[in-house]
Design a binder for this molecule. Structure first.
Ligand SMILES: [Cu+2]
Length: 186
């Protein structure tokens, strides 16, 4: 009776294997979740930045278990002069991002996920680079539920989202907000 090796299992269950590999390679220890009123913030994390970077991105998932919509803004961070929530969209072949006006709506019963390639917390005018293994603190504010202090563990530069297999195309677009990205200052 041959033993079932990891390799054997991977061949037979490719999807399962990819998931297992991603978990093994998870760049951060499991982050804490946070609650304020009916709002739940899960899996917050940020990406490390290269020396000299002026901005950084953070990610998290927000679930609203209440019965009314709420609006999320980022008030401040210990690592940057300004904290904003940005959307990203492809316009004329260029990835553009701009601040969400009036806060990010979290619908009742819904989850809004900020992740590489899409919505993100933008730390503008960094005071220092984000170093892997450390944390960056944010003060979030829900219009109705109130304020919430969260800590984002910092993953390596180019790290995929926790639980997501690496090698995805979206990683490119968000790496350090350089090059192919334009910030729309309106
Ligand atoms: Cu941004």
């Amino acid at each position: 009776m041959p033993r079932f090796t990891r390799k054997y299992l991977c061949g037979g269950l490719a999807g399962f294997c990819a998931l297992a590999a991603a978990q093994l390679a998870s760049p951060t220890a499991r982050a804490a979740d946070y609650d304020v009123g009916p709002m739940h913030v899960a899996q917050p994390w940020a990406r490390a930045t290269p020396k000299g970077a002026s901005s950084a991105a953070g990610y998290l998932a927000v679930t609203n278990s209440g019965t009314t919509p709420d609006r999320l803004t980022c008030v401040s961070s210990d690592a940057a002069a300004q904290c904003q929530i940005h959307t990203m969209s492809l316009e004329g072949g260029v990835m553009k991002m701009r601040p969400v006006e009036g806060g990010l709506e979290i619908p009742p019963g819904g989850t809004v996920t900020l992740k590489p390639g899409g919505l993100h917390v933008m730390l503008v005018n960094l005071k220092h680079p984000l170093e892997p293994g450390k944390v960056v603190a944010l003060t979030l504010k829900f219009e109705k539920a109130g304020t919430l202090e969260v800590e984002l563990p910092i993953a390596a530069i180019g790290a995929p989202a926790p639980g997501v297999a690496s090698g995805g195309g979206t990683m490119m677009m968000d790496s350090g907000h350089g090059g192919m990205m334009q910030m729309d200052k309106r």
